[in-house]
Design a protein around this ligand. Structure first.
Ligand SMILES: [Zn+2]
Length: 79
């Protein structure tokens, strides 16, 4: 059996858990990594939304576009 993680290439003997998909495998370490990436993304989105709220009370919006690159387009033209 060629059970290696499709992401990092480790075989099942050097990792705790290997999850099998239709045509790929992923190990627990890579799953954690993916979760971290997704959570980071979510946190960026949350802080972006929080800053948007604050900006309505009068603070500057300049920091938003520099911190969340590529996503500052959502509300280019607030009323
Ligand atoms: Zn892996």
């Amino acid at each position: 059996m060629n059970d290696v993680c499709s992401f990092c290439g480790k075989d099942r003997h050097s990792i705790n858990k290997l999850i099998a998909g239709q045509s790929a495998f992923i190990c627990n370490e890579c799953v954690y990594l993916c979760v971290e990436v997704l959570e980071e993304e979510e946190q960026n989105l949350r802080s972006f939304l929080r800053d948007e709220e604050q900006s309505e009370t009068g603070t500057t919006t300049i920091t938003i576009s520099t911190r969340v690159t590529g996503k500052g387009k959502a509300k280019d033209n607030p009323e």
